[in-house]
Design a protein around this ligand. Sequence first.
Ligand code: MGD
Ligand code: MGD
Ligand code: SF4
Ligand code: MO
Length: 900
Amino acid sequence: MLDVISKSGAVAAVGAAAAPATATRTTCPYCGVGCGVLASVDKTGVARVAGDPSHPSNFGRLCSKGSALGETLGLEGRLLHPLRRSQGDGFERLSWDAALDAVAAGFKRIVDRHGPDAVAFYLSGQLLTEDYYVANKLMKGFIGSANVDTNSRLCMASAVAGHKRAFGADAVPGCYEDLDAADLIVLVGSNAAWCHPVLFQRIMRNREARGAQLVVIDTRRTATAESADLFLRIMPGSDQALFSGLLVHLAESGVIDSDHIERRTTGFEAALAQARRIAPSIAAAAVSAGLPETEVAAFFDMFARTARVVTAFSQGVNQSAQGTDKVNAIINCHLATGRIGKLGSSPFSLTGQPNAMGGREVGGLANSLAAHMGFEPESVDRVRRFWNAPRIAEREGLKAVAMFEAVARGDIKALWIVGSNPAASLPDADAARGALQKLELLVVSDNVRSNDTINSGAHLLLPAQAWGEKNGTVTNSERRISRQRAFLSPPGETRPDWAIFSDVARRMGFPGFDFRSAACVFREHAALSAFENAGKRDFDLGGLAELSDDAYDALEPTQWPIRPGESAGRSRLFGEGAFNTPDGRARFVAPEKPTLASALTADYPLRLNTGRVRDQWHSMTRTGTSPRLARHAPEPFVEINPKDAKAAGVEQNGFARVVTAHGSCVLRAIVTERQPTGHLFAPIHWTDETSAQARVGALVPPCVDPISGQPESKAAPAAIAPCAFARQGVLLARRPLALPRGMWWARLAVAGGFAYRIASDAQASFWLDFLRRNGSEDVVEFFDEAQGLLRAAAFRADRAELFLALGRSPPPVDAGLDLSALDKLSASQRLELLSGATAPRDGESSPVVCACFGVSERKIDAVIASGCTDAAEVGRLLRAGTNCGSCLPEIRRMIAKRRG
Ligand SMILES: Nc1nc2c(c(=O)[nH]1)N[C@H]1C(S)=C(S)[C@@H](COP(=O)(O)OP(=O)(O)OC[C@H]3O[C@@H](n4cnc5c(=O)[nH]c(N)nc54)[C@H](O)[C@@H]3O)O[C@H]1N2
Ligand SMILES: Nc1nc2c(c(=O)[nH]1)N[C@H]1C(S)=C(S)[C@@H](COP(=O)(O)OP(=O)(O)OC[C@H]3O[C@@H](n4cnc5c(=O)[nH]c(N)nc54)[C@H](O)[C@@H]3O)O[C@H]1N2
Ligand code: SF4
Ligand SMILES: [Mo]
């Protein structure tokens, strides 16, 4: 374990120091794996972060993002005080009292005039359960509208709907231990090597130690696919054809569990008949899924003969116009074989955010009420009595995409956004941003002072406590509730989100919001889950409803259900049947025939897939502040197959404009065989805050699954064309800059400041003037017209404030990663800087593969070229891959490539 990182963001040291004994046990705020973290701060303000060896989700491991958490704790860019929009786009400070009064009065005024459905909350799976509970209670219980939705709509809604259809409840049957015990793991639409790295390492250990097989089903060759025994490069949106074919195959080869089907399920015959219509044979399944028949046969055979199978799925399944059907097509195969809720065998939805599950539990989605109860009259009545809430909402509210459409129409007039950046992350993001600008009242609670949502016309900004400062619980993918505990004092006037919601509720005159602490909120939430439950609802935290404050503080990671009187939760559900349906039986669901929401056209002949990179998190408000994490993928890019690139005239490392019916982006082109012909891939992380023209959400159509309301974010019809700039390079700055429109740029955090990777047609004179205006009058320059080179710096005494290096070719990946190269320059060093002799570089031009030890691709490739044949040996020679292991799939891929 490593990681000694200063609060200012500079890496102070990297060593094998374990966190000291006084470390706080908390939970990583990124992905749904929910790793335990030991965190502490020493007397000099240095934060230490290490994996918690006693946490059952990670047993001490952290991935690159978790390991770099300490680098993201600086206060630069934090929202520290309540702010109100003043003249133009400016903001002025106001007291908490005034801010809370303004929110309460604003919401009350609009509700009084236009009714409760004229207001809405948009929440986030990055909130703690306690925050979420209070927000949901306020809106659904007391304001009386169910217009509470969350970014989980873009993430988990199809899994939720699939679970409810099959099991009668949104309950994940399996647990992580199943990934250790399975003999076959099927990952569908999941790039777990990058998105759930610690879980992926568990899978890889099972593969190495027990010989488990790994099948990966994805539309492109990912780092996850590189590690698979069998990789099926499926056509987008055809997963239910493949799993329908599998159901038919299982039935025909006699490996179904008739007893299980007979006693514990309904609907098998109808589902099988529909599966036969969709994919009557292996050959038909292969055609529909765009796969070679031999590969499909191999997969079906592996699935049929292996009793212990876990099929884990993520956004390639959920984010589809038929995401719910895809989920049920997968679950059908597990129900037919009785492989559910047993050691090593289950369908398994991998959750995205740290508390995607907690949000589902409290009822954060517009189509659920609270504690896994819906809007059936008896549930509404039960929750009404529990909350003592006569005005409780009695019907579903608007789901995310519909909610923002209602904002655009003016039907919703006040919106409170908490812990999400929808101006970047919603589909048709330009339209979403436009809608926000129409609101009478837009309140944003966030940790940062500026993001695309805040900059879309927010009226009030409320400073929320961030990770490390706040207290509460999160639930991970395996239903395990863990504590997030504070180890930093809250900066400025930041407050917990649950307390902000409670204060607004009280100011609106509502009873039942006198929570003293997160523990009080948790107890009420647990009590509601157990209220008139008597074993009828799986979501039951009755055993935790009476926790004392001390017991809450000491709460060990615990899986639900944990019923009244129980002291431990349950690892698995449904192994013995007892589903949450009225007859206790699971339901097979017949999926529709596969289609995609929007067809390709002559104008938009390619499919644009969007997703994640290993070292960035969503809209980069946190990971984007870490210099270490910036180096793996420093620029927004689009991946394209060589054939398509040639046809479109797009060059390797050139720029490309990607256009859809909804928007346009300019991205660095990466020409690679990993991408199939006809398909593009672009990461979602860059926003208008960190780049120009790279907000990929603007490209995605707002088409949703009709059942779950989840958008199809992975198959936008698109066109691509090359795009050129006269010069490109790097601009180093000590603080964020406002770059002129029309220019291409992407901002990275580097030690001591920011590196802007830029491309533009601007003349040298423009740049010299820019340096004078933004740096100082003391500008020195070097200009070589023939080579297209321009180097210039603006000095204050012996220190360069700004440094610019432009040329005709792309800048080195690691250009300017440390601004200390610009400090204390003698006259001769100034000249060297301009001549390029001491360009601020990190030694070599190659992306960093191992983020923990800063080992570049070139170094790793060199040792492989000199005969190194396995990842462990690379680790022994270079340390690469020996800490968090997130880069091991890439190292293995490089070895495989060299070996041919
Ligand atoms: N590094 C990092 N990790 C993260 C996050 C992050 O931002 N960065 N975010 C977290 C969150 S909130 C989430 S939801 C998860 C998401 O985790 P994942 O779902 O693993 O990540 P994605 O990259 O969105 O998409 C997964 C894969 O689906 C594939 N795919 C696209 N269309 C199809 C299809 O039709 N069928 C199939 N079978 N596959 C398809 C894509 O090519 C992609 O490789 O990651 C979590 N972890
Ligand atoms: N095209 C495309 N779009 C997608 C996806 C995709 O794959 N493709 N994936 C979708 C998915 S799965 C997801 S989960 C979303 C994620 O997208 P978003 O929901 O926009 O997620 P973030 O960018 O992480 O935004 C979180 C915001 O909350 C703030 N924040 C963090 N912690 C707290 C807190 O404790 N309190 C408060 N008040 N604020 C906090 C952060 O500073 C940040 O501004 O994107 C979705 N959009
Ligand atoms: S896998 Fe990485 S990002 Fe996910 S919870 Fe663990 S350390 Fe955090
Ligand atoms: Mo997500």
